[in-house]
Design a protein around this ligand. Structure first.
Ligand SMILES: Nc1ncnc2c1ncn2[C@@H]1O[C@H](COP(=O)(O)OP(=O)(O)O)[C@@H](O)[C@H]1O
Ligand SMILES: [Mg+2]
Length: 163
């Protein structure tokens, strides 16, 4: 933790269809590096896993098998941007259980994509990206993306206008 006050930077991105979500995921993947954490928020079916899958495919290969970590809680990948630790913590019994899932190594070496990040409790880092997806129709979503701490500048510098 630093003493620097948090100056978050937020962008809103309309996602008219799943291809737009994949395009946003590619942009996000391009700015992430090991040690970064993305908190993926939104209701069941909002598209958290779909976005993570598109991001992972964009830094591995387009046909990569990316199952939802609903039951395994974590899936790990070796990618062009380093290891990715994709977690769905909905079924986490308590914050301590994340250590059994490789939390320390993930924070040290990997990009962490975390669905249901509230389960982390006090482990949720101050430096992070918050990405909230909400329904805007059957195939339309809205994304709100906020960079906190050291991630604010990187979110602010990126281009979020999807073509
Ligand atoms: N624009 C969109 N972005 C993301 N997913 C979408 C979109 N439109 C439709 N979908 C569908 O919505 C569902 C999202 O499911 P999932 O990613 O598992 O949600 P979550 O992980 O948030 O519970 C998928 O079936 C996906 O194909
Ligand atoms: Mg999911």
């Amino acid at each position: 933790m630093s003493d620097t006050p948090d100056t978050p930077f937020t962008v809103a991105v309309p996602l008219p269809d799943e291809a737009a979500t994949a395009a946003l995921a590619r942009r996000l993947g391009a700015l992430l590096r090991p040690g970064d954490l993305v908190a993926l928020r939104g209701d069941l079916g909002a598209g958290k896993t779909a976005l993570a899958r598109a991001l992972i495919r964009s830094v591995t290969h387009e046909e990569a098998e990316v199952p939802s970590p609903t039951f395994t809680l974590v899936q790990s990948y070796d990618t062009a941007i380093g290891p990715i630790w994709h977690a769905d913590l909905y079924r986490l019994s308590g914050p301590d259980e994340v250590y059994e899932l490789g939390w320390d190594d993930a924070r040290a070496e990997a990009v962490a994509l975390v669905e249901w990040p509230d389960r982390l409790g006090p482990l949720l880092p101050a430096d992070r990206i918050e990405l909230t997806l909400s329904h805007d129709g059957p195939d339309a979503r809205r994304a709100s993306l906020t960079g906190h701490g050291t991630l604010a500048a990187r979110v602010a510098a990126a281009d979020w206008i999807l073509e």
